[in-house]
Design a protein around this ligand. Structure first.
Ligand code: BDR
Ligand code: CA
Length: 322
């Protein structure tokens, strides 16, 4: 199995991703780290442990990291994820086993102890990951890849041009792109294209698995949100969001990526948090005069949404073939 770490701000769609990671036989989820983003750090920590326990992953170590972005003020997305970050659902929360270790130390330990290079999946503002590569630069060589949900080569969501995770902590995103680790950007160009239909959610609702019923309630919650409906394909009711990244990890053939230089706008203007994806096939006057092009990033440009939605429902519903 793939050795995987996930950094989350759980978060309705982070919860979907966690359930999938626990239930997929080809993923060894070594640890989950929490960061403030969709909700406060304490809410994220509580939601994450509750979701892992419900999906059968109560043995996965979980730790708290940054409670706010490096420089930007703290923000949240309660209008999307509910007052507690998890659609207002009150789940049973297991005992707190790892309260003392910081997220950055847990990530470092797990990366160094892994038998094979680790894939680090970031589904939240990149604050924890930036601190990791700054505090422990030696981990870069032991990472197979960083795959982050964030950014966009086209439009944004938090602002006209910036996606929420890169907008919430642009400096962290810039540090992570600069870390010298092979990086994939799973951004808004594909994020809303992977979505379930009503029949798929109905099958999850009818499942005997608690994790399937949880995912069904989260999808129904998203389906009630107008702003979400406007972004997904017709005849679908809710996007997998962050969980699409996990589908891409186990089934990379469903994702089309292309390598481009990418940089993050960190100045104070209205473009703050935008990922500038350089899709030109030539150098322009600014580079000819010494400007940097940005870092090479594999940018997800297209996705087979039906394939990933079916994969997700099969794994969560218990019909995966492994
Ligand atoms: C991202 O922001 C959060 O609302 C989601 O969990 C996802 O990680 C989408 O912009
Ligand atoms: Ca998230």
């Amino acid at each position: 199995p793939k050795q995987v770490l996930i950094d989350v701000d759980t978060g309705v769609d982070d919860a979907l991703a966690l359930a999938f990671a626990v239930l997929h036989p080809d993923i060894n989820l070594r640890a989950v780290t929490c960061v403030a983003g969709n909700a406060s750090l304490e809410d994220v920590y509580r939601n994450t442990r509750a979701v892992l326990a419900l999906a059968g992953g109560s043995d996965v170590p979980v730790a708290r990291g940054a409670s706010r972005p490096l420089i930007s003020p703290p923000r949240n997305a309660a209008h999307v994820h509910g007052h507690n970050g998890l659609a207002g659902l009150e789940l049973e929360v297991p005992d707190d086993g790892n309260a003392d270790i910081h997220a950055v130390d847990l990530m470092c330990q797990q990366i160094l102890a892994s038998p094979t290079p680790v894939t680090l999946i970031a589904l939240a503002p990149l604050t924890n990951v930036a601190l990791l590569v700054r505090m422990y630069p030696e981990v870069a060589a032991k990472l197979e890849r960083i795959v982050f949900m964030g950014g966009s080569a086209s439009v944004g969501n938090a602002t006209p041009v910036a996606e929420f995770n890169t907008w919430a902590d642009p400096e962290a995103a810039a540090i992570v792109l600069d870390a010298g680790v092979p990086t994939t950007m799973y951004g808004l160009d594909v994020f809303y294209s992977v979505a379930v239909d009503d029949a798929q959610v109905g099958r999850l609702e009818a499942s005997s698995r608690p994790a399937a019923r949880l995912c069904a309630s989260l999808f129904r919650y998203l389906a009630r949100k107008d702003s979400e409906q406007k972004r997904i394909p017709e005849n679908r009711i809710a996007a997998l969001g962050d969980a699409g990244v996990l589908c891409a990890i186990v089934d990379p053939a469903g994702l089309t990526v292309q390598r481009f230089p990418v940089s993050v706008c960190i100045d104070g203007s209205r473009s703050r948090g935008q990922t500038l994806v350089d899709r030109r096939n030539h150098r322009g006057e600014s580079e000819l005069n010494g400007a940097s092009l940005g870092r090479p990033v594999d940018v997800a440009l297209d996705v087979d949404g039906d394939r990933y939605a079916s994969l997700f429902c099969d794994v969560i519903g218990g019909e995966a073939r492994g």
